[in-house]
Design a binder for this molecule. Structure first.
Ligand code: URA
Length: 200
């Protein structure tokens, strides 16, 4: 699929929100919460998946632009991730009331309505889930986050590498190193997979 075709498909996927809002199928979030799309290169090799937008994300309509987003983006920069290799999104596309954890129903709705198709369009080599909800949404049988983080799991046509949520690292500064270490593993793995793809 060409880059242009991928962009068109993503646009259509996100646009269907308007139609669904009108026919009342979206989860019962406040009308003032904005739909937050994924962001980054449609040809990304790495897809980062968070849980749900917070206040800043809802205001700007962009994922990971609040405090935990700043931590994530700073670490990606420090580790010299190429922005052209990255796509950042969330399972749930609206901010839940009072920033509560999304319910299983909201996760299932957003997975089947958006996330599954986002993954199908981008076709990343690596998915890095950020936090427990994100891991469970795409891989319900995975061990819990404490056991699974930093480990590689074969997931459909790519490798899933779960890590902790950046918000957790903000509240537990010692965990910043855990997040950095896992992101470094993601970067190295992406390089290895690209080298293998080039040599075959
Ligand atoms: N936390 C998330 O999981 N996603 C965001 O976009 C921001 C904070």
């Amino acid at each position: 699929m060409s880059t242009e075709e991928k962009r068109e498909l993503l646009k259509k996927l996100y646009f269907k929100t308007d139609i669904e809002t009108k026919i009342g199928q979206k989860p019962p979030y406040s009308e003032s919460e904005r739909f937050v799309t994924g962001e980054g290169s449609v040809d990304a090799k790495i897809m980062f998946i968070g849980e749900a937008p917070g206040q800043k994300e809802s205001e700007q309509g962009r994922p990971f632009v609040g405090r935990s987003g700043m931590l994530l983006r700073t670490l990606l920069k420090e580790l010299e991730f190429n922005p052209a290799d990255c796509f950042i999104t969330n399972i749930v596309k609206w901010r839940p009331p009072q920033n509560r954890t999304p319910t299983p129903q909201e996760i299932i709705y957003c997975y089947h309505t958006y996330l599954k198709e986002e993954i199908d369009i981008i076709k990343p080599l690596i998915i890095c889930t950020l936090g427990a909800s994100s891991l469970k949404s795409i891989c319900p049988m995975a061990p819990n986050i404490t056991t699974a983080r930093g480990k590689q799991i074969v997931y459909e046509n790519c490798i899933l590498l779960p890590t902790i949520h950046p918000a957790y690292a903000l509240y537990n500064p010692a965990e910043k190193e855990t997040l950095r270490k896992d992101l470094k593993t993601v970067k190295e793995l992406a390089q290895d997979l690209q080298n293998i793809a080039k040599s075959t």
